[in-house]
Design a protein around this ligand. Structure first.
Ligand SMILES: *[C@@H]1O[C@H](CO)[C@@H](O)[C@H](O)[C@H]1NC(C)=O
Ligand SMILES: *[C@@H]1O[C@H](CO)[C@@H](O)[C@H](O)[C@H]1NC(C)=O
Ligand SMILES: *[C@@H]1O[C@H](CO)[C@@H](O)[C@H](O)[C@H]1NC(C)=O
Ligand SMILES: *[C@@H]1O[C@H](CO)[C@@H](O)[C@H](O)[C@H]1NC(C)=O
Ligand SMILES: [Zn+2]
Length: 940
């Protein structure tokens, strides 16, 4: 369908346009953004139904109330499920015990994509029942009114489909060692998919107990659920597994798995807080040895949390399972956490140091939720940030408790904090606490604001009140609200109760109720230092367009921490009502650095003379600043320059100190920036001198880390991969050569692979430099045949590096075949291809052409599909591309869970255009002037 010549033309014209139009666009651009945002906002209000068939396309009425009425409260579910692995459908029966708290003649609960064959109420008469698609409601009308305090029992017999989906009750397949396809069935309910597996009151505050029975094939198959199995009834071909009645819990935490998985187990020690309990890990039988690491780490981190929370683990077992097809990374079902295979299975002949850390991080995250989230749950999804933010924050503490040499505390900065500061500096961001109602809105806020900003703001709070008080507040909160539901305010009340001299709640409201964050400007005055604040926006143009829609006027109550030239440290609160605050110092204290260890959620700008002093100190005495502070200085300086609030000279001058830097976290910040600048400047006149500068900067550390992986130095291993990837991305000749050599040796003898840490670099830059189509085909075949999930992803990444748009197009088309790329990995694959400058236009064309098919396959409610648009267009930097994007949105106005992603896409492209216009000259001036002495100094 697409010819090579055509693709070449696309690539070239894009390059020329990006270069030529940047300055023209700036003028046209003012005021346009606000209008675009409004236009897209209008489109958010259009709600489209589930499966993209456009059956129920209605303009959303403000009068629609998506919440269940308050008349009824479910207290107990009896559930009988039979997933039929052969036919791919399931049948079920349930009885729900319901308390009537307000008089009503209707029973309203959720049911979606289920076929109801019988609906009855014990000892009472049902008049009619109907399904309402828009709200996913089952509405049962009774012949008589149900009186207050009555207890009724609702019974329903139902069936549904498990195929071709990754939510609700669904089936997943894998190949066993003998090459036979095996089917399992599993569940994923959060946030609104329990209703696709059984009719239920599918809101997190409507907790109830669950007595579950699951029918599974006899023989190799078995079933697991949240609770221990108590009985099993052999019925010939089938067996009923009966589980202990659960504690009171939300519907989204219910889980069952029917599989032929193998397992291993260990014991978690309560050490005086409750009873010891068992932890069992499940995986496909031929991979069962890959769960050893997860089991050992899982037990250790759980033991740490028991001591931290000082609340016994509420159930009698905590299991984990690696599922071959899984929509998100993992899910914290109470007592039975499910994971993607890559998030649980570790094998040192396949898994890299980063894989190991990521497995530990995921486990540490899900296990946090067993208390914070499962035992105490948010009342409504508006407050999901509290669950997710807390877990994101706490997972770093958890991993750190088990592996103190992994530098996890500082890594929070680079993985969580610094990326969300970029996202949250845009007008398309949103407040942490946000009103959501529809299933699309609910799934969409499982985003970086809820997780990473939530986690960052909680980390700031911990620093503010002190770790001990924070921990005590967490315990009090869990004890007070166990088996119950809360709002943000309930948690803050517990923290507030332990702090005398400060209104914690009032301070926190400025962070949770309004989006964005401040930049503090610091200047030297006679009496010390003077500080003012202003909202930080990454695009200078945004200042004119930002709506004045916050009760706090986009001012924040900022917990400031500082360290000064004389070695003194201190803290103060900058109240959002104050215009300015000061820190008193003798005149001989020349400089101060704010935001110690970057625990605050804000940026700091200094007048230029202060930056000069900080850079001098950093260069002459880098150890004067901790690892976290060095990473912070680099990050703020570049971000401020990117936002035109600081001359680009400053961060570029600062990079000179990197000649002496050997720690992972600061280098991660620097390497990331060096690579992204390389992409931003690719079509500007300073590109060549930039490349030579960046290569010189990285050469010292590149030579030092080398290509030999240390067995036992976690941070050095992380540093190595970071440096080698950046060096190859920047085209350091030795790096490319080393990668090519290893790649060719690997293709000659694929059973002998490079060290797992080096594989992504070798596969990617090997493929990138290879001009032979047969090399790519060979790699593709290795990818198809690969069984290990993490190795498969590495090969997939390698395939995306090829510099041939025809092959990339072929890859993209093949990736649509589920037996080649699993649905769960599809979006990762598309992103990998789009991140390759040659692949970017290929993906963009494909995405537009295939949109109807994509939205039919994944549904508009798929948040990963929604986010794809912002990812594909992240490097667009021309007005032509902007127009194409806008035309696409006009053509397909329904965006489902991707509404916000569209806003982000438009704003990012505008920012990119603006950035190039503003900074190109500054950067090339600096490079042609100051650069040479600096780089010379650097080489010494
Ligand atoms: C609904 O269930 C009935 C009874 O089991 C069955 O005959 C029918 O095919 C089902 N319909 C759908 C759409 O699955
Ligand atoms: C949950 O909390 C509410 C309000 O704090 C209280 O009225 C209710 O009794 C609690 N429920 C349980 C099960 O503890
Ligand atoms: C902070 O400094 C920046 C850059 O000099 C300037 O644009 C901004 O207006 C200052 N803000 C305040 C509140 O002083
Ligand atoms: C998907 O790929 C498999 C394995 O290569 C192949 O057998 C099948 O025909 C492909 N399906 C389609 C629709 O192309
Ligand atoms: Zn979570």
């Amino acid at each position: 369908m697409f010819l090579t010549g055509y693709w070449l033309q696309v690539v070239l014209s894009w390059a020329v346009v990006a270069f030529a139009t940047a300055t023209v666009v700036v003028a046209v651009q003012k005021a346009q953004l606000a209008k675009d945002l409004r236009d897209v906002q209008d489109k958010i209000d259009i709600f489209e139904e589930w499966n993209g068939e456009s059956r129920y396309r209605t303009k959303r009425e403000d009068t629609i109330d998506y919440r269940l009425p308050t008349a009824l409260v479910p207290t107990h579910y009896e559930l009988y499920w039979h997933p039929d692995l052969e036919t791919g459908s399931f049948t079920g029966q349930l009885r729900i015990r319901i308390q009537v708290v307000e008089e009503t003649n209707q029973i309203i609960l959720h049911s979606y994509l289920l076929n109801l064959t019988s609906v009855y109420v014990l000892n009472r008469e049902v008049e009619t029942f109907e399904l309402e698609e828009e709200r996913q409601f089952l509405i049962i009308t009774m012949t008589e009114v149900l009186p207050v305090d009555a207890t009724i029992t609702l019974g329903i017999i139902f069936n549904g489909q498990m195929k071709d989906k990754l939510v609700g009750l669904y089936s997943s397949t894998y190949q066993n060692e003998a090459g036979a396809t095996r089917t399992i069935s599993t569940t994923k309910f959060e946030p609104t998919y329990a209703r696709q597996a059984f009719p239920c009151f599918d809101e997190p505050a409507l907790k109830a107990t669950f007595a579950i029975t699951v029918v599974h094939p006899s023989g190799a198959y078995h079933a697991v659920s949240n609770m221990q199995q108590t009985e099993s009834n052999y019925l010939g071909d089938y067996t009923e597994a009966i589980f202990e009645t659960s504690v009171s819990m939300s519907t989204y935490l219910v889980c069952i798995i029917v599989s032929d998985f193998a397992s291993k187990s260990t014991t978690v020690k309560a050490n005086g807080i409750g009873e010891d309990f068992s932890m069992q890990a499940y995986a496909t039988s031929h991979q069962v040895d890959k769960i050893d690491f997860a089991l050992e780490f899982g037990a250790a981190v759980t033991e740490y949390y028991i001591q931290y929370y000082k609340v016994p683990y509420p159930l009698t077992k905590l299991d984990m399972a690696a599922i071959p097809d899984f929509a998100s990374g993992a899910m914290e079902h109470w007592g039975l956490v499910t994971y993607r295979e890559t998030a649980l299975l570790y094998d040192d002949s396949y898994s890299s140091t980063a894989n190991k850390q990521s497995i530990a991080g995921t486990l540490a995250h899900e296990i946090v939720h067993q208390w914070f989230g499962n035992l105490v749950t948010m009342k409504w999804w508006n407050d999901i940030w509290l669950n997710e933010g807390f877990a994101r924050f706490m997972q770093y503490k958890g991993v750190n408790a088990v592996h103190s040499d992994w530098g996890m505390i500082e890594q929070f900065q680079i993985v969580a904090l610094q990326p969300v500061l970029v996202y949250d500096a845009k007008l398309s961001s949103h407040p942490i606490v946000q009103k959501v109602e529809t299933p699309d809105e609910i799934t969409a806020i499982f985003d970086t604001i809820s997780y990473e900003k939530g986690g960052s703001v909680i980390r700031m709070l911990e620093t503010l009140v002190g770790a001990d008080k924070f921990e005590e507040a967490v315990t009090n909160y869990l004890v007070k609200y166990q088996f119950n539901n809360t709002e943000t305010d309930d948690f803050l009340t517990e923290v507030d109760a332990l702090v005398d001299d400060l209104d914690v709640k009032k301070l926190m409201l400025t962070w949770t109720e309004q989006m964005g964050y401040p930049v503090l400007n610091v200047s030297k005055v006679a009496a010390g230092f003077q500080i003012t604040q202003q909202r930080f926006l990454s695009n200078p143009v945004s200042y004119e367009e930002a709506p004045e829609d916050s009760a706090y006027g986009y001012k924040w109550s900022v917990p400031i921490t500082y360290t000064a030239e004389d070695g003194s440290e201190g803290s103060l609160i900058y109240d959002y009502n104050e215009d300015t605050v000061g820190i008193a110092f003798n005149a001989d204290v020349q400089w101060v650095k704010l935001n110690v260890h970057q625990t605050g959620y804000y940026r700091v700008n200094y007048e230029e003379s202060l930056w000069t002093l900080l850079i001098q100190e950093l260069t002459s005495n880098p150890d004067r600043f901790d690892i976290a502070d060095r990473a912070h200085l680099l990050n703020d300086a570049f971000a401020l320059a990117d936002a035109s609030q600081l001359s680009y000279k400053v961060p570029l001058e600062m990079t000179a100190y990197l000649g002496q830097e050997r720690d992972f976290v600061p280098w991660y910040v620097a390497a990331d920036k060096l690579v992204s600048l390389h992409r931003s400047l690719m079509f500007s006149e300073g590109y060549v001198s930039y490349l030579s500068y960046a290569r010189t900067l990285i050469t010292g550390v590149y030579e030092e880390v080398g290509w030999t992986v240390d067995a036992n130095n976690h941070l050095k291993n992380r540093l190595r991969v970071s440096i080698l990837s950046a060096a190859c991305a920047l085209g350091v000749p030795d790096c490319l050569e080393q990668a090519a050599q290893r790649f060719n040796a690997f293709l000659q003898n694929p059973t002998s692979r490079p060290a797992p840490d080096l594989r992504e670099i070798v596969y990617y830059y090997g493929t990138k430099q290879s001009t032979s189509q047969s090399n790519w085909e060979q790699l593709f075949q290795l990818f198809v045949d690969e069984d290990d999930a993490s190795e498969k992803l590495k090969l997939m990444y390698g395939l995306s590096g090829v510099q041939n748009s025809q092959l990339l197009f072929k890859f993209l088309a093949l990736a649509g075949n589920e037996s080649i790329v699993r649905s769960q990995d599809y979006f990762t694959c598309v992103q990998y291809i789009a991140a390759n400058p040659v692949g970017e236009p290929v993906v963009w064309e494909f995405y537009r052409e295939q949109w109807p098919q994509l939205s039919a396959r994944f549904s508009l409610n798929d948040r990963n599909l929604g986010r794809l648009i912002a990812q594909i267009t992240a490097n667009f930097r021309s007005s032509i591309k902007l127009e194409e994007v806008q035309q696409f949105f006009e053509k397909y106005p329904e965006s489902g869970a991707g509404a916000n992603s569209r806003l982000v896409a438009v704003e990012t492209i505008k920012y990119n255009i603006e950035w190039l216009a503003r900074n190109r000259a500054d950067i090339s001036d600096w490079l042609s002037g100051t650069a040479s002495p600096l780089t010379k100094k650097n080489q010494l």
